[in-house]
Design a protein around this ligand. Structure first.
Ligand code: BJW
Length: 231
């Protein structure tokens, strides 16, 4: 990339993993067409029916570990981090590990990680590649607290917000890829970066809910547009 930028922040959403075969949330045939958000993506839903919620994440955990791999967009971002002199931070809303598998090192999973579980009592996280059942207990404490998926549900605070705000305040380039702009605080990052002087670019299949906040907009598939931008 020949851009004269020093501090690049890249926000990614479900759209970047769509071409790897992972469903988005709000597109036609997306996850929210098959599941009620309040049942599977809220702390109250987990309290009401932990088995249903663990099942939802166990299914997605199994899918992630069976034949899904990074696509050209993930690869292009890893290549950018490796080859540019600028600092590059990927802030992903995705809970899959496709950025890491492509080779990205500087990453914040603001909505958590599918291949980790968390103790509801101590909040300690552990690597978890198999199914979680409601009877699984945490190894870290003696309390009868169920393990929960290490994800951020509605009403919960996303991870890494201090570091994200710091990076957005310093960024001279902000790129958003494959997100509908429907969920805050991520949807507000473009505004924050622009307020601090960053040039802002949206890459998505279609205009997002916050498209008017961006300086540049490029619409099409991430696997085509991201390598084009980075090369
Ligand atoms: C392609 C493509 C291709 C397809 N190439 N593109 C009222 C106003 C403002 C805010 C709020 C409000 N009421 C409540 C809130 C806050 C709330 C919120 O934002 N609600 C909205 C519904 C309004 N947010 C929260 O609660 C967050 N926490 C918070 O605010 O904490 C502060 C706080 C806490 C407590 C007290 C006080 C303050 C937490 C949000 C958690 C979101 N969790 C989920 C589930 C995570 C785990 C999991 O994966 O199951 O995160 S929901 C889901 O949405 C998931 C995603 O990360 C997130 C965003 O989705 P994303 O990635 O944008 O996917 P899609 O499907 O929406 O879009 C995909 C896009 O890709 C589409 O546009 C396609 O066109 C495109 N695409 N193929 C390029 N090939």
């Amino acid at each position: 990339m020949t851009f004269p930028y020093q501090h690049i922040v890249i926000l990614t959403g479900a759209g970047i993993s769509a071409e790897s075969g992972i469903k988005t949330f709000r597109d036609q045939d997306g996850l929210w067409e098959e599941h009620h958000i309040e049942d599977v993506a809220t702390p109250e839903g987990f309290e009401r029916n932990p088995t249903l919620v663990q099942q939802f994440y166990n299914d997605r955990r199994r899918q992630l570990q069976s034949g899904v791999s990074p696509n050209l967009a993930h690869n292009a971002l890893a290549y950018l981090e490796k080859t540019t002199h600028a600092s590059v931070l990927v802030v992903t809303q995705n809970i899959d590990d496709l950025h890491e598998r492509a080779g990205t090192h500087h990453i914040i999973h603001m909505h958590g990680e599918l291949l980790k579980a968390r103790c509801s009592h101590s909040q300690q996280t552990i690597d978890w590649k198999g199914d979680i059942s409601v009877s699984d207990h945490c190894h870290c404490c003696q309390m009868p607290a169920p393990l929960r998926p290490h994800v951020v549900w509605f009403g919960e605070m996303p991870w890494g917000m201090g570091k994200i705000h710091e990076a957005l305040n310093k960024a001279d380039l902000f790129i958003s890829i494959g997100t509908s702009g429907a969920v805050y605080p991520a949807a507000g990052f473009v505004h924050e970066a622009a307020m601090h002087g960053a040039h802002t670019i949206e890459i998505n299949l279609e205009p997002s809910a916050v498209e008017s906040e961006f300086d540049e907009r490029r619409y099409g598939k991430a696997s085509t547009l991201v390598p084009e931008l980075v090369d």
